[in-house]
Design a protein. Structure first.
Length: 101
């Protein structure tokens, strides 16, 4: 059984959680494309993140928004296989967030 890997984010006055994984050496997460956090990342190229979901100390981290369907499918399949998936109904409307370490 897989273990959930969570990362907390904030932008403006919004906060939330991503399920993330390490895929081919990259920290990645899936997100719906049409959200405020994606708009924020596309505008600023970064978002405030913390890997300690119990804390409110954030680091600004650069993030790529990747909408390539083949790559989104790869990450989706990997997260399903490792039992660390938030999204389980297919990739329609999803993108990959790739976090810069």
């Amino acid at each position: 059984m897989g273990k959930e890997q969570l990362i907390k984010f904030r932008h403006n006055s919004d906060k939330g959680i991503f399920h993330y994984t390490v895929y081919k050496g990259d920290f990645v997460a899936l997100s719906e494309i049409k959200t405020g956090k994606i708009d924020y990342i596309k505008e600023h190229g970064a978002i405030d993140l913390t890997f300690d979901v119990d804390q409110d100390i954030y680091d600004v981290m650069a993030v790529d928004v990747i909408e390539d369907k083949a790559y989104v499918q790869e990450v989706y399949d990997y997260m399903i296989a490792t039992e660390n998936a938030y999204f389980v109904d297919g990739i329609e409307g999803l993108c990959v967030l790739r976090f810069h370490k």
